[in-house]
Design a protein around this ligand. Structure first.
Ligand code: C2O
Ligand code: CU
Ligand code: CU
Length: 462
């Protein structure tokens, strides 16, 4: 089965105007987000002790606009400390939400006002960076959508937040991490959800064009995904538009797309023609048959739209690195030479060091007392060589900067713009970037048990 398509078709299609478009709720540029405990029926029974921004619902999708200021005040009502990070947003360092590195942790009863103007449109997300394991594993991971100033012509959109929960038979939380898991691929959840639902069905009008934004916010799992039942294209990857010329293969059941924790993919989906038919986002789990994580069900008469009617997404203002003059820095991700519990300040320690960057284990959430892994000069181009010296996979994430994956020793990499790159077993990937955003930028594996047991650090741009 060869399903290859050029993304977004020819630019000749530009100019065809779709009806409707998306109207984002006005007036939500300033919002208060109240961290609190929540209860929710994830399966048959009510799960208590979840962490969300309302008492009985998943963290909401937050909407903003490219180039438009937002103010999100995080108020903490939990007895634990927190700090909120806006994954994928290249904003000012003081707003990045990394405890000790960019701000002090937010205590019980305290608030922190995050104010920023997102420079890049796209599908991004938010999650705490203090008590990261506890709060994320219990639910606090949400999607933030930054809309383009001009509408590309979709009729509607669907956000899918993929994540697991680790529950016992009664629906109560099992420990989110285990030493055994942390030292290997991580501890996996046993209830896989999309938007906290195990079998979500979402209605969209037949024959319309839907922007499907898929985000992996899990603490551990690399999702293996493909779509069935509709004509689709991949239009963005990790928040950034995939350029029109890039011929990205659509994933299939045999060759699914690997979406690591922290990564996002946007599909343009043309809804099925007939009422009741559905398009399904399929996932494959080890030792199980593939199953639908979410279905888009067609309703009503077909609108008879065509993917070619979409206007290409405008590229985000990411500077292109100058490879001739780029200085190289190397980072080795591997096990840690010696144990010892990292000191995480008020942000929760898992009690072990299993991992390291350049042979040094870093405290998980708190970079207090540790120096930068590299110092980059503002405005200069760099190549970062990422070397995985372990048999486990690592989604390596860099805050505050966008990079271009250049090459791998194992596979051909499509030319994308990203903030999180999945390193396979024994893989070496070169990424390139322009160090255009000053500050201390966290740099870590997004398998949270790896991050919290040593595989974390930061890069300084001065
Ligand atoms: Cu999703 Cu340190 O980030
Ligand atoms: Cu981030
Ligand atoms: Cu890792």
């Amino acid at each position: 089965m060869k399903r290859r398509e050029f993304l977004l078709g020819s630019s000749a299609a530009a100019g065809v105007v779709g009806l409707g478009g998306l109207s984002l709720a006005a007036g939500n540029d300033a919002q208060e987000l109240v961290l609190q405990s929540a209860n929710y029926r994830l399966r048959d029974q009510l799960t208590t002790g979840m962490v969300s921004l309302s008492p009985d619902a998943p963290p909401p999708v937050l909407y903003g606009r490219q180039g438009k200021a937002m103010r999100l005040t995080v108020r903490n009502t939990l007895p634990d400390y927190t700090a909120m990070h806006w994954h994928g947003l290249r904003i000012a360092n003081q707003m990045d939400g990394v405890p000790y590195l960019t701000q002090m942790p937010i205590g019980e009863g305290e608030s922190f006002a995050y104010e920023f103007t997102p420079p890049d449109a796209g599908t991004h997300w938010y999650h705490p960076h203090c008590m990261t394991m506890d709060q994320m594993a219990h639910g606090l991971t949400g999607v933030i959508v930054i809309a383009e100033p001009e509408d590309p012509g979709f009729d509607s959109e669907q956000v899918i937040n993929l994540r697991d929960f680790r529950l016992d038979e009664e629906g109560a939380f099992l420990p989110a991490y285990t030493a055994r898991g942390a030292a290997r691929a991580g501890t996996f959840g046993n209830v896989q959800t999309a938007n906290w639902r195990t079998e979500g069905v979402y209605d969209h009008a037949a024959g319309t064009l839907v922007r499907l934004r898929v985000v992996n916010t899990d603490t551990t799992r690399i999702y293996r995904l493909h779509l069935e039942g509709a004509v689709t294209r991949i239009i963005a990857w990790d928040g950034h538009p995939v350029e029109v010329e890039v011929d990205l293969a659509l994933p299939t059941a045999d060759e699914p797309l690997l979406l690591g924790p922290g990564q996002r993919v946007d599909f343009a989906v043309r809804m099925p023609e007939d009422e009741g038919q559905s398009a399904a986002l399929m996932a494959k789990f080890p030792g199980q048959k593939k199953r639908a994580m979410a279905r888009l069900r067609a309703t009503g008469q077909s609108a008879a739209r065509n993917l070619k009617e979409l206007r290409p997404l405008r590229t985000n203002p990411v500077l292109r690195p100058n490879l001739d003059q780029a200085e190289m820095h190397e980072f080795v991700f591997g096990w840690t030479p010696e144990g010892g519990a990292p000191d995480d300040g008020f942000c929760g320690s898992l009690g072990y060091s299993f991992w390291s960057i350049n042979r040094t284990p870093w405290p998980g959430d708190a970079a207090q007392g540790t120096g930068p892994l590299a110092v980059l000069e503002q405005g200069k181009s760099y190549v970062l060589r990422l070397r995985n010296e372990s048999p486990n996979l690592h989604p390596i994430h860099l805050h505050g900067l966008a990079f271009v994956p250049l090459k791998s020793n194992l596979r051909k990499l499509p030319p994308l713009v990203s903030d999180t790159v999945l390193l396979l077993k024994d893989e070496i990937i070169d990424i390139a970037l322009v160090a255009d955003n000053p500050g201390d930028w966290a740099f870590h594996c997004h398998v949270i048990e790896h991050q919290k047991t040593g595989l974390a650090g930061f890069i300084r741009v001065v």
